[in-house]
Design a protein around this ligand. Structure first.
Ligand code: C2E
Ligand code: MG
Ligand code: MG
Ligand code: MG
Length: 282
C-alpha cells in the first residue's frame, strides 16, 4: 500500500543510508572475490578438558583478511555470505581446510567446525563432510560439527535425517551457544547431541552472581550428564569463572582465560607450551 511505499522511500533517503547501501554492495562484491583470492583464514581456539586441564581439540573460527579493511570477524560477513549463497563454497572450503589442518596435529586432538543453517538446506552436507574427511585422511571421530538451535527451530525430517547421517559417519555433533535465542532443554533430549556448549552470557552471569546464570548452567550440565552428553562452558575469561563452571558440572571449557583464537601457525607453539600450571584452578 501507499503507507509502505512511503516508509521505504523515507528509509532510503535517511541520512547515511545511501552510504551504507553502497558500503554493503561493495562488501558483497569483495566477498565474491575473496575465496578465489585466498583471503579467508581459519584461526583456532583450544577446547580444554577442565579437570585435567588438557587441550582436547581446537575450534576453527573463520576470518577474512580484507586487503583494505584488515582482519574482518565472522559476524561481519557470515550473514552476508548466507544471504548471497556464498556460504556454500565458503563452508566447503572451511570444512576441507579444517580437516587438512587437523591431520598435522596429534591423533587424539579434535577439530570443531561451525556450520551455517544454510549448509543444511542446500547441497549434500554428509557427502561434503565425507569428502573433506577422506581428502585429508582424518578419522571421523576427530571432527566435531557445531550447529545452533536455529537449525532445530525450523526442524524438519530432512534436517534430522542429515544430522543422523552425519553421526552415522562417526562425526560428532555439538549444539553451540546453548541458552540464547529459542533453545530449550527439550532440544537436548530430542536429538542425540554429543556435546552442548553453554553460551558465554551464562558463564558471565554465573560469576557476577546475576540471577539465573548458575542455576541454568547447573540444570543443563545435570541433564546432559544424565544423557551422556558433554557440556562445554564458552567464554571463560577469569579464574573465578573457571572455578564456577567446574563446580556447576561443566567438563570442558573454552575462552580467553586459556587462549584467544590464534592463526594456524601459532598452534604448535601453543600446544607445546601448554602446561598444567599455567591454567591451574588452584
Ligand atoms: P561461536 O561458534 O560461538 O564461537 C565463539 C566466539 O566467541 C568466537 O568469536 C570467539 O573468538 C569468541 N570467544 C572465545 N572466547 C571468548 C571469551 O573468553 N570471551 C569473549 N567475549 N569471546 C570469546 P568469533 O571468532 O568472532 O566468531 C563469532 C561467531 O561466528 C561464532 O560463534 C560462529 O557462530 C560464527 N563463525 C565463526 N567461524 C565460523 C565458520 O567457520 N562458519 C560459520 N558458519 N560460522 C562461523
Ligand atoms: Mg562455535
Ligand atoms: Mg558458541
Ligand atoms: Mg556464538
Amino acid at each position: 500500500g501507499a503507507k509502505r511505499d512511503d516508509d521505504i522511500r523515507f528509509r532510503f533517503f535517511e541520512p547515511g543510508m545511501q552510504a551504507r547501501v553502497q558500503e554493503r554492495r561493495q562488501l558483497v562484491a569483495d566477498l565474491h572475490l575473496a575465496l578465489d583470492r585466498g583471503e579467508f583464514e581459519l584461526h583456532y581456539q583450544p577446547l580444554v578438558e577442565l579437570v585435567q586441564n588438557r587441550i582436547i581439540g581446537f575450534e576453527a573460527l573463520v576470518r577474512w583478511r580484507h586487503p583494505v579493511r584488515g582482519l574482518v570477524p565472522p559476524d561481519a560477513f557470515i550473514p552476508l555470505a548466507e544471504e548471497t549463497g556464498l556460504i556454500e563454497p565458503l563452508g566447503k572450503w572451511i570444512l576441507f581446510k579444517a580437516c587438512n589442518d587437523a591431520i598435522a596435529w596429534p591423533p587424539d586432538i579434535k577439530v570443531a567446525v561451525n556450520l551455517s543453517v544454510v549448509q543444511f538446506a542446500k547441497g549434500d552436507l554428509p557427502g561434503t563432510v565425507a569428502a573433506a574427511l577422506a581428502g585429508a585422511g582424518l578419522m571421523p571421530r576427530r571432527l566435531e560439527l557445531e550447529i545452533t538451535e536455529s537449525l532445530l527451530l525450523h526442524e524438519n525430517e530432512a534436517t534430522l535425517a542429515t544430522l543422523r547421517k552425519l553421526r552415522e559417519h562417526g562425526v560428532s555433533i555439538s549444539m553451540d551457544d546453548f541458552g540464547i535465542g529459542y533453545s530449550s532443554l527439550s532440544y537436548i533430549a530430542k536429538f542425540p547431541f554429543d556435546k552442548v556448549k553453554i553460551d558465554r552470557s551464562f558463564v558471565a552471569a554465573a560469576s557476577s552472581q546475576r540471577r539465573g546464570g548458575a542455576a541454568i548452567i547447573r540444570a543443563v550440565a545435570e541433564l546432559c550428564g544424565s544423557l551422556g552428553i558433554t557440556t562445554t562452558a564458552e567464554g571463560i575469561e577469569t579464574l573465578d569463572q573457571l572455578q564456577q563452571v567446574v563446580s556447576l558440572g561443566c567438563s570442558e571449557g573454552q575462552g580467553y582465560f586459556f587462549a584467544p583464537p590464534r592463526p594456524l601457525a601459532d598452534i604448535a607453539a601453543l600446544f607445546n607450551s601448554w602446561s598444567q600450571s599455567d591454567h591451574s584452578m588452584h
